[in-house]
Design a protein around this ligand. Structure first.
Ligand SMILES: C[S@@+](CC[C@H](N)C(=O)[O-])C[C@H]1O[C@@H](n2cnc3c(N)ncnc32)[C@H](O)[C@@H]1O
Length: 242
């Protein structure tokens, strides 16, 4: 199992600390993401959503945050419905404003809750997705097992998550940006000085590439595979419920 990295202090629950951290940074979250990733985060989300099938009509977006994945997934797909779930009430509040502005309240429903105990029946969703969320789970295996439970048989899981680049040269360059530059900008621009230090540390401690697909496989997912994006800065993981 990976080492547990928490945003503020070693003692206390990770869930509560993660919830407070995202509540703190919610108001500037979208803007700062675009800035720090030079807008590339949008294309990562689009590439992940492109893997949904047109027949994936009932979709769960775990760790939905400000609902970017949900909003992109209903675009150009008139019959798809999304349930977005998140632990942070503030992230959901900003997500709800975007959904209301686009008139999509009948297509996207936001729910406050945690992945480790999902308030849904077994076999409910055609597909589930988690963008930049699994790393924050208090209990990774419990969260992924719950998603498996609520997926329909043969339902698809898509996970988008940061990884540690392995290409020599780029790896060192990116680590320098990620470890030293990004937390400085985050400290200056975000409402929580610890948030972007936590981002770096949590990515370092999190299982990536074949280590993450091995966990999915162990939990009972099938056809587990990954695709590295942007020279291995992040990856899309894909797996199915048997
Ligand atoms: C980095 S944000 C990603 C938000 C969104 N998916 C995106 O792509 O922008 C991570 C989100 O995960 C949520 N989160 C963390 N742990 C969670 C858990 N155990 N269950 C549900 N949501 C969780 C946080 O509140 C936060 O909104």
């Amino acid at each position: 199992m990976s080492e547990t990295v928490k945003p503020y202090q070693e003692s206390g629950s990770k869930k509560e600390q993660v919830e407070s951290m995202f509540d703190n940074i919610a108001s500037g979250y979208d803007e700062l993401n675009r800035f720090l990733s030079l807008g590339i985060d949008k294309s990562w989300r689009k590439k992940t959503i492109a893997r949904l099938q047109p027949t994936d009509l009932i979709v769960l977006d775990i760790a939905t945050g400000t609902a970017d994945m949900a909003l992109t997934a209903v675009k150009n797909h008139e019959t798809r419905k999304i349930t977005g779930l998140d632990v942070s009430a503030e992230m959901l509040r900003f997500g709800q404003v975007k959904i209301d502005e686009k008139g999509l309240t009948d297509r996207i429903n936001l729910v406050k809750g945690e992945s480790e105990s999902l308030p849904f029946e077994d076999d409910s969703f055609d597909a589930a997705m988690v963008a930049f969320g699994v790393r924050n789970f208090e209990d990774l295996e419990q969260g992924l097992s719950e998603i498996l439970r609520v997926l329909k048989p043969e339902g698809k899981l898509l996970v988008l998550e940061f990884t540690k680049p392995r290409i020599f040269g780029f790896k060192q360059l990116f680590q320098f940006y990620f470890r030293f530059i990004l937390p400085k900008i985050g400290r200056w621009k975000s409402k929580d000085p610890k948030a972007y230090k936590y981002l770096f540390e949590s990515v370092q401690a999190f299982p990536d590439f074949e280590n993450f697909t091995a966990i999915l496989q162990k939990l009972g997912y099938q056809k587990c595979q990954y695709t590295a994006l942007t020279l291995g800065v992040c990856a899309i993981y894909q797996a199915y419920k048997p």
